[in-house]
Write a protein that binds this ligand. Structure first.
Ligand code: GLA
Length: 390
């Protein structure tokens, strides 16, 4: 494998910080959710892709009981002892501690190691830097301590558990799943209940996905995210009380939702309408992709945004502005917020020959209105996590 200039620089930095060579390099991509937002934790359908911005995790054993870390991103070192009871400290090292705890609980050996965390995946921008981080750590340990390849499903669930229990965010399974299972030029159609999935080719000759970071840190501030989860659960209980066979919102169709409207709390109705219609949109988007009918695909992305904004209320002014501006550019087939919302990124399906115009127009007008310089990522679907011995 040819190492990029960035990785060569990280290797040098590793040697400088730890006075030894890294043994393993793990590359963990970020994820862009193309469609299917806030459906994973209700056992619904999603269609994300792994992208070509990523976390680099360089690691080597150090023969001690201590984990020594250096974040290239924060230019900060820290360490912890494996014999101590590890606790959450609301620091970036929580992701490493969380994965280490879960690995040990599951009976995997973890000894002391030195690790440098780098890469170009922006942190807290809604491209799932947390799941990428967790996946990188589990893969690094698996390679270093000899249990690679881990069973993919086990690895995915273990990383999710680290986030749910150690970090304290009760995320769904989508991010860890795509970061482990993503494939170049493909999106991943995932049933978050059965965990059945299918990789669907994404035509990339004439069209590209452009991700725009709004510059607003995704204040997921777990609170609003957890509140949405509770509201979905209330919706689920409502339908389950009507009919025991309705196990999740996934089993409720739009007709039943509509006839139930007058008996439902209006807010819960809206939340359920988002989830139920979003599942349908994911199915239709995948059918559109198979044809391929990219115009329909783009329309479904647009509808998904409206639903996130109006029914699920997880967008924000900046994301709405980016979406509105994107839709003014000729050659844009669809645009929507991606990820948990409340800041973070949008994703737009753009004709390849219009990308420059897109960047100019959206960049200038967004900056003029908000004072923020947005960041653009012209992305391609990439492979999931990978590792090389250096
Ligand atoms: C975050 C979570 C995911 C998912 C999305 C919303 O990224 O980590 O599990 O719930 O929000 O679709």
């Amino acid at each position: 494998m040819r190492l990029s200039e960035a990785v060569k620089r990280e290797i040098k930095q590793f040697k400088k910080v730890f006075a030894r060579q890294p043994e393993i390099l793990v590359l963990a991509p970020g994820r862009a959710n193309i469609i299917g937002e806030h459906t994973d934790y209700t056992g619904g359908l999603v269609f994300p892709a792994a992208i070509d911005t990523r976390i680099d995790f360089l690691v080597s054993g150090n023969g001690s009981n201590t984990v020594r870390l250096y974040s290239d991103t924060y230019q900060e070192s820290c360490e912890f002892n494996l014999d101590e009871k590890l606790k959450r400290t609301h620091h970036w090292s929580d992701y490493i501690k969380g994965v280490v705890c879960e690995l040990k609980k599951a009976g995997y050996q973890v000894d002391g190691f030195n690790a440098l965390i780098g890469g170009d995946l922006p942190i807290g921008s809604g491209l799932s830097s947390s799941a990428a981080f967790e996946m990188a750590v589990s893969e690094g340990c698996a390679q270093l301590f000899g249990y690679a390849p881990m069973d993919p499903e086990k690895q995915i669930k273990l990383c999710r558990k680290a986030e749910n229990q150690f970090v304290g965010v009760s995320c769904g399974i989508m991010d860890q799943f795509i970061i482990r299972m993503g494939r170049k030029h493909h999106g991943l159609y995932l049933d978050c209940r059965s965990l059945e999935y299918e990789l669907i080719p994404i035509p990339s000759d004439d069209l590209v996905f452009v991700i725009v970071y709004s510059g607003v840190k995704r204040g997921l501030g777990a609170t609003a995210y957890h509140e949405r989860q509770k509201q979905c659960e209330r919706g689920r209980l409502f339908f389950n009380a009507l009919n025991k066979s309705l196990r999740s919102l996934r089993d409720v169709n739009e007709d039943l939702l509509q006839v139930s409207r007058e008996n439902m709390d209006p807010l819960i109705f809206k939340r359920c309408r988002h989830v139920i219609t979003e599942n349908t949109r994911v199915k239709r988007a995948v059918e559109a992709l198979r044809k391929p009918d990219m115009v329909l695909f783009g329309e479904l992305m647009n509808l998904s945004h409206e639903s996130c904004k109006n029914d699920f209320e997880v967008s924000c002014e900046e994301l709405d502005l980016l979406v509105d501006l994107a839709r003014n550019v000729p050659g844009v087939l669809g645009s929507r917020m991606t990820g948990a919302g409340f800041g973070g990124c949008t994703i737009s399906l753009v004709a390849r020959n219009r990308v420059d115009e897109f960047e100019r127009y959206v960049g200038n007008l967004y900056n003029r209105t908000t004072g923020i310089v947005p960041e653009f990522y012209i992305t391609h679907a990439e492979d999931g996590v990978s590792a090389v011995r250096l």
